[in-house]
Design a protein around this ligand. Structure first.
Ligand SMILES: *Cc1c(COP(=O)(O)O)cnc(C)c1O
Length: 430
């Protein structure tokens, strides 16, 4: 074998071992169940399917068509909506499809500001900007850690956006769609909700339910709080009569294909079907524990002396905790020190940071969805808060790392999923 190939083997092993011994707390990550993972190494990976079931451009899709129909039906069932497209290959890709189908260059769109936690795909330098769309940002209220509802309603009435986007990557509290409904209806904006982070919480009934609160379309990643394969999804419940609904949905589906994808990674689609089925069964329980865990972690960090944002509203109603660590040396330093102690998180812009200096912001963002998936509960969250203190306040990095490894030993099996021993056996035989 080439030296590089030998080296790769070693790198992948080191990476895998490191994460086994770590507390992964990146808010956008999760663990795939072994039952879903099986499909990632199936022949489906090697194949192509373009278009929709029954309307393909290649032969060989007899069983793929059936898999895609099942995946689509499971998605509609889980979110209780009439429309689902399971082909986007990531959350950004789903967003691109919506942007391409609903917006033209020069159109006005409104959305959350970058420092308020918006995703780069809606930024001027991201997909929205590159489509030539004029994005106008909502005013943000730091105390509420949410949009300023009154000012946002005024803004919507003045700029009359063609599309109003809600949903963020730093997403502590539900977006005020209901509160803004009158303003949105008045200007006739299409309401687009980017649920990438909170999709699993929504499906588990523990956040808001955007598609029944006035959103026409929701995009998402299927690997964040919805613990599926790396993929994207679009769900729809458009307003209007049957004809208008169908028309809008067709437009969106054409945005997906031929708009922004050709083949749609069929192995990941089959894995998604299993993840959706698992979430129908275990999602409520899982999402409930995620929110409890995030709240416990936030409260404990607060009582240990950290400046946790969102205090006015109970710190968080999602999987995410946001901490201002300026007093501990800044976001960059704290995130790097935590990494040395095998606690993996990211430094993050806070609403009052300069968006032009994203490299050394004031905050860190912590997500508990992956630790919850491994069975951790409130007791472990208190321990995690102490470990974070040990690193960020006491500087005891080596001691913390040993404690992390020790703690993690008991939490290495994925919960809230079909835990077929057969799937585990299959995977460990690879
Ligand atoms: C993560 C994220 C995305 C992008 O998802 P990918 O699957 O990483 O492409 C889009 N929107 C928001 C709000 C996100 O947080």
């Amino acid at each position: 074998m080439l030296d590089e190939a030998v080296k790769l083997e070693e790198l992948v092993k080191k990476h895998t071992d490191w994460f086994r011994d770590s507390l992964p707390m990146i808010a956008s990550e999760n663990l795939l169940s072994p039952a879903a993972m099986k499909y990632l190494v199936s022949d489906l990976h090697n194949r192509y399917a373009e278009g929709l079931p029954g309307k393909r451009y290649y032969q060989g899709n007899i069983y793929v068509d059936e898999i895609e129909r099942i995946t689509t039906e499971l998605a509609k069932k889980l979110f209780n909506v009439p429309y689902a497209d399971v082909r986007p290959i990531s959350g950004t890709n789903a967003n691109q499809a919506v942007i391409f189908s609903l917006l033209k260059p020069g159109d006005v769109m409104t959305g959350p500001p970058l420092q308020g936690g918006a995703h780069i795909s809606s930024a001027k330098f991201g997909a929205v900007g590159m489509r030539g769309v004029n994005k106008i940002e909502y005013p943000f209220d730091v105390d509420e850690m949410n949009l300023d509802v009154d000012l946002t309603a005024k803004l919507i009435k003045i700029v009359k956006p063609k599309v109003a986007l809600f949903g963020r990557s730093v997403f502590l509290f539900p977006a005020p769609i209901k509160e803004l409904r009158d303003a949105l209806d008045e200007v006739g904006a299409k309401v687009w909700y980017d649920g990438a982070h909170v999709l699993g919480l929504i499906a588990g009934g523990q956040f808001q339910d955007p598609l029944h609160e006035g959103a026409d379309v929701m995009t998402g990643s299927t690997h964040k709080t919805l613990p599926g394969p790396q993929r994207g999804i679009i769900l729809g419940n458009p307003k209007g009569d049957e004809e208008q609904r169908e028309k809008l949905w067709k437009k969106i589906q054409r945005g997906v294909f031929p708009g922004v994808i050709s083949n749609h990674h069929l192995h990941h689609m089959a894995a998604l079907a299993i993840s959706l089925a698992e979430h129908i069964e275990f999602g409520r329980q899982y999402a409930e524990q995620i929110v409890k865990n995030a709240q416990t972690l936030a409260e404990e960090l607060h009582s240990l002396g950290f400046k946790v944002l969102g205090e006015k509203n109970g710190f968080t109603k999602s999987h995410t905790v946001l901490v201002d660590v300026v007093a501990q040396g800044g976001g960059r330093k704290v995130a790097e020190d935590l990494e040395k102690a095998n606690i993996i998180c990211n430094y993050n812009l806070l609403p009052y940071d300069d968006p032009k200096k994203p490299r050394n912001p004031s905050g860190i963002r912590l997500g508990v969805q992956e630790l919850t998936r491994l069975g951790m509960k409130e007791g472990e969250m208190k321990h995690v808060a102490e470990l974070i203190k040990k690193v960020a306040m006491d500087g005891k990095i080596d001691e913390a790392r040993e404690e992390v490894k020790e703690m993690k030993r008991e939490f290495n099996r994925v919960r809230y999923c079909y835990q077929e021993d057969e799937a585990y056996r299959f995977l460990s035989s690879l």
